[in-house]
Ligand binder design. Structure first.
Ligand code: CAA
Length: 394
């Protein structure tokens, strides 16, 4: 696996000062510390390509070995052409590859991943690997309650028959779905609309439903206890609420559940504290953070995974950390893309956000003004005369 993150971030102490809110509200109240902000030349395609190139290179996998390329996103750049098609071209994947995108809010990447493991387990993959790329830009209106819970980034997952990090359990999961209006992104909006308190309740209801369904299957199969659990992390505090709910279903009191949080969940929250919400990629950023901090100690042990997509769909599933994952995770250096980022001022942040609605109509021939030297990789330049998106590698 590998991350792709924007080159810029906003520190939430700066946002708190500007909004006249105590920093402790964001940091302790929500569990948010920094949020990644996409620049004018970054979009779900460039972030996705960055993560996928890194995943392929660090695993030593050639583009020809990929038989399925799936993107999960709720930040589509076109109503018809999927982000996966851009990736197919920019990564140089084989024409003999199944390429598509899945949308179901933050659940889209998980739907792709579960499809990929079932494709491999069925034998249809015939030894080939799947590339699942979760990529999103989380945006809420300026000065809204959701503003401190924004973020942007991608996680690429290479799925193969003999995994070197985590072996996911096939057909052993609990699903939950319900038609609700907790969070939505109308076609004419860049920013998400959300009923915040309802979204929190829907998440917890979905977790209860999916986890109870998982427990039934797991007990039938005599499942071992979960050493750690990674949750979808729209903001850090939500993982704490989720863990309390889940361990409550296991029979723990609130105090007992909270006492297990530090060991069972906290190591998975390091990356999201620096990046913020990344919608489809959020659960996998949590898994990456967990493996980055303690893969070696978890070899052979089970990790629970909870994915939630508003609207809503959820799944609770699990995987076992592979033998040798500690050394492999160290070689991947999963946190490296976070090292070289620039802290934005509030003025720069607001100027970037105000330019967002124009980005899809900007002409590629116009110069993209940015005071951050572009990182190696693809840049989004704008559109051409036929309104096709134009990218260039630097
Ligand atoms: N110091 C410490 N804590 C403080 C504080 C202070 N000075 N001031 C307030 N707090 C605490 C509050 O007590 C509260 O804690 P609890 O949740 O434990 O009760 C917490 O800070 C949040 O404060 P509010 O209840 O006032 O809530 P808010 O107005 O800040 O809104 C939110 C919170 C609804 C999550 C909002 O940020 C939002 O709408 N976010 C976007 C939606 C979202 O992320 N929903 C999550 C579930 S949906 C999902 O998961 C899909 C997805 O990715 C979007």
């Amino acid at each position: 696996m590998a991350l792709g993150v924007p080159q810029r971030y906003l520190d939430l102490t700066d946002l708190a000062t500007a909004r006249g809110v105590e920093a402790s509200k964001y940091q302790q109240g929500l569990g948010c510390f920094q949020m990644a902000i996409a620049g004018p030349d970054e979009d779900p395609v460039t972030l996705g390509v960055r993560s996928a190139r890194r995943a392929l290179a660090s695993a030593g996998v050639s583009p020809d070995e990929i038989g399925m390329c799936v993107t999960g996103t709720e930040t589509a750049v076109d109503h018809a052409k999927p982000v996966a098609a851009f990736l197919h071209g920019m990564l140089g994947l084989s024409p003999r590859c199944r390429v598509f995108e899945i949308k179901h809010a933050c659940f889209g990447g998980t739907a792709g991943l579960l499809g990929a493991i079932e494709w491999i387990a069925s034998g249809a993959a015939r030894g080939r690997a799947a590339l699942v790329v979760c990529t999103d830009i989380a945006r809420y209106p300026l000065r809204s309650a959701g503003e401190p819970t924004q973020g942007a980034g991608a996680v690429a997952l290479l799925v193969r028959e003999k995994p070197r990090l985590v072996e996911l359990e096939v057909g052993r999961s609990g699903s939950y779905a319900r038609d609700v209006w907790d969070f939505w992104r109308p076609l004419h909006h860049k920013d998400a609309l959300v009923d915040g308190p309802l979204s929190v309740q829907c998440y917890l209801d979905a977790l209860s439903g999916a986890y109870r369904a998982f427990r039934v299957v797991d007990e039938e199969e005599d499942g071992e206890p979960l050493a750690r659990t990674c949750y979808h992390v729209p903001y850090g505090k939500m993982a704490r609420k989720a863990h309390r709910t889940r361990r409550g279903i296991d029979g723990l009191s609130e105090a007992e559940a909270d006492a297990t949080f530090r060991a069972e969940v906290e190591p998975s929250l390091g990356f999201s504290a620096q990046v913020g919400n990344v919608y489809t990629a959020s659960l996998y950023m949590a898994l990456a953070s967990l493996l980055h901090s303690e893969a070696g100690g978890l070899e052979g042990r089970r990790v629970g995974l909870f994915s939630y997509g508003s609207g809503c769909a959820a799944e609770f599933f699990a995987g076992r950390v592979s033998a040798g994952a500690g050394a492999f995770a160290r070689s991947l250096d999963l946190g490296a893309p976070l090292a070289d980022r620039r802290r934005l001022t509030m003025d720069e942040y607001e100027a970037l956000r105000q330019a967002d609605p124009l980005a899809d109509r900007r002409l590629a021939s116009e110069e993209v003004r940015t005071n951050v030297a572009p990182a190696a990789g693809p840049r989004y330049l704008g559109i051409d005369a036929q309104e096709r998106r134009v990218y260039r590698d630097v």
